[in-house]
Ligand binder design. Structure first.
Ligand code: SF4
Length: 227
């Protein structure tokens, strides 16, 4: 499979935020979100076999732990990434899959925690979520909405309520979008929407969601990759 990078860091998002995690970042994406901070994954990377990827994960975290399969869009390489996830599960790893949900998710192993990033309108990639994927979600999965405007918030709130998502998954996360050219200060000044404003909207509506902040952007310089 085509791999951009494999590294160890702290998980920055989801209910697993703050835990040590090995990130396996696959190359390539079929979307172009306006605030994407992973454009360096669109091209390049290097070809690695399933065994080479597994061995690298094992080298970085020999005694198991958390592994996130991410990208880019990892499910574009479904044929190779599904057997990798199976091998990681068999090896005792807890596996997270970060995906836009644009590709089918039926073949993702049941034990994998799916973190599905449903695109809001101002990402420029609204309506790319494959609605049939709602049927693949389980109580261990998580849905994330990256919010950069009031319109995005209203979309996320209404989509969550219409599809009863809070009852179907472990967590529904509303996360302020980060400026993609953010650098320097490690604070919320780089957010495209003030986290305080988003928090107040959630509270005012009793929206069934939790506020998610990208922890890694507050720990390391937001311009750094591979953290
Ligand atoms: S789906 Fe992810 S990697 Fe692809 S453009 Fe959007 S944010 Fe970037």
């Amino acid at each position: 499979m085509q791999i951009t990078e494999i590294y160890k860091s702290l998980q920055g998002e989801s209910t697993h935020a703050g835990l040590a995690c090995i990130f396996v970042r696959l190359t390539g994406c079929n979307l172009r979100c306006s605030w994407c901070d992973s454009e360096y994954t669109f091209h390049g990377g290097r070809r690695m076999s399933q065994e080479e990827v597994y061995d690298e994960v094992k080298r970085l975290s020999p005694s198991g732990g958390l592994v996130e399969i991410t990208g880019g869009e990892p499910m574009l390489q479904e044929r190779e990434v599904v057997p990798l996830m199976e091998q990681l599960l068999q090896g005792g790893y807890r596996v997270l899959l970060e995906t836009s949900g644009e590709r089918p998710l039926e073949r993702v192993p049941a034990e994998v925690v799916k973190i599905v990033d449903v695109k809001c309108p101002d990402s420029g990639e609204g309506e790319t979520f494959r609605m049939a994927n709602l049927n693949t979600l389980t109580r261990q999965d998580e849905l994330k909405f990256v919010v950069s405007s009031r319109a995005d918030y209203e979309f996320a709130r209404d989509f969550t309520c219409e599809h009863n998502l809070a009852q179907r998954v472990n967590a529904v996360l509303f996360s302020p979008a980060f400026r993609k050219d953010a650098a320097g200060a490690r604070d919320s000044s780089h957010c495209l929407i003030d986290p305080q404003e988003l928090a107040e909207w959630i509270l005012a509506d009793d929206a069934p969601a939790r506020l998610g902040l990208q922890l890694h952007k507050f720990i390391w310089n937001p311009a750094l990759k591979g953290v």
